[in-house]
Design a protein around this ligand. Sequence first.
Ligand SMILES: *Cc1c(COP(=O)(O)O)cnc(C)c1O
Length: 466
Amino acid sequence: MRYISTRGQAPALGFEDVLLTGLASDGGLYVPESLPHFSLEEIRSWRGLSYAELAFNVMYPFVEEAISEADFRQMLEETYGVFAHKAVAPLVQLDTNEWVMELFRGPTLAFKDFALQLLGRLLDYVLEKRKQHVVIMGATSGDTGSAAIEGCRRCEHVDIFILHPYQRVSEVQRRQMTTVPGDNIHNIAVKGNFDDCQRMVKESFGDQSFLGGKTQLAAVNSINWARIMAQIVYYFQASLSLGGPDRSMAFSVPTGNFGDIFAGYLAKKMGLPISQLVIATNKNDILHRFMSGNKYEQHQLEHTLSPSMDIMVSSNFERLLFDLHGRDGAAVKELLESASKGPVSIADYRWKNARKLFDSEAVDDKGTCDTIREVFEANEYLLDPHTAIGVRAARNCRRDASVPMITLGTAHPAKFPDAVAESGVSVKPELPVHMADLFDREERYTVLDNNLSEVQGFMAKHWKNA
Ligand SMILES: *Cc1c(COP(=O)(O)O)cnc(C)c1O
């Protein structure tokens, strides 16, 4: 399998290089040159498989040049064995033909564990083979940092440095990052905001000379292809549990960077019958405005009760635009260059093509709280604010009541107790048993000034072979 850039000018790469590369050299994102396609008969034969076995069938075509069958099977057993539910991605029924798929049973209680638990193992495998070492550098405002740290904690060939804004992440989120033991894990609290952290990461990728040429930086943000790949699997899993592939499914996906829902789009292209995908956003609704009116325009960032979806531009949307433009990289490049200057639209027939599958809805904080409360009152089931947005959008956008509607449950409510309290629900979401001692665990992190050379100096001194 070869991977090509959405802007058409960077060289095509194999899986190993795509894994270690962030952005393509032409500024685009890597996508598979062609997708595997599974027949209904083949998908049907996967009924009753464990999550890890299913994951093998769905993902092996993407990685086969890089990893042997036996090694990949073992890696998947380990990856999904750490989840705190035997079904890995269990379904919970809310109403007739309406479901939530709980993707928050992993070590850090958000769906990002599905991809990052695998990514850490894939990186270590490939680096061992190549006798190479990398330094992962990332900025986080919450969920990604902890999932990346948990995913890489046992990697021998990886050091990981996560920057978070000092005193500006919640205590649960900070503790999930800073209480993980390991010599290769480094938390840096920067006396600045999230944008300052992100700028430092960007500048460090641009000029890596501070590492002295002895190692290289690697990225674990959501543009990494391997993360998207891992997220395709649970669409198959949900469908097979509810009578697929002999009936089609609809999914509603709480969306920020468009990674999770793009994986659903790929599942459909790979042969899974999916009749509708709902893009559920908060007030940061660039994708909703595009889907409802064919206008793609950046607005100011708003802070909401669903912080993991607070983004101005969804980077993975470029991957869909590439397909909508018949995989013409030059057209995508031109479109996105104009989009950075002002509002853009795409040809009407291309937009209508997208609308055959995608619907969208933007839900504000009040709608989020109302939904948390309504679902608690009807089901005694607590939603986190991101999942609540998904449920709300699912209900408002549903096309056909006979098609099962599955909302992706992206986080555990205990990660966002303030939103739950604000909704007026009187019960407090409890941390799961395996994390009940989070507040007693020892923390380790270093506070640094908002200064690039100070951060880079710290990294140069503290990675393993420095
Ligand atoms: C990251 C995240 C999202 C958004 O997912 P994307 O793939 O960026 O669209 C939604 N909910 C939660 C809880 C998240 O952590």
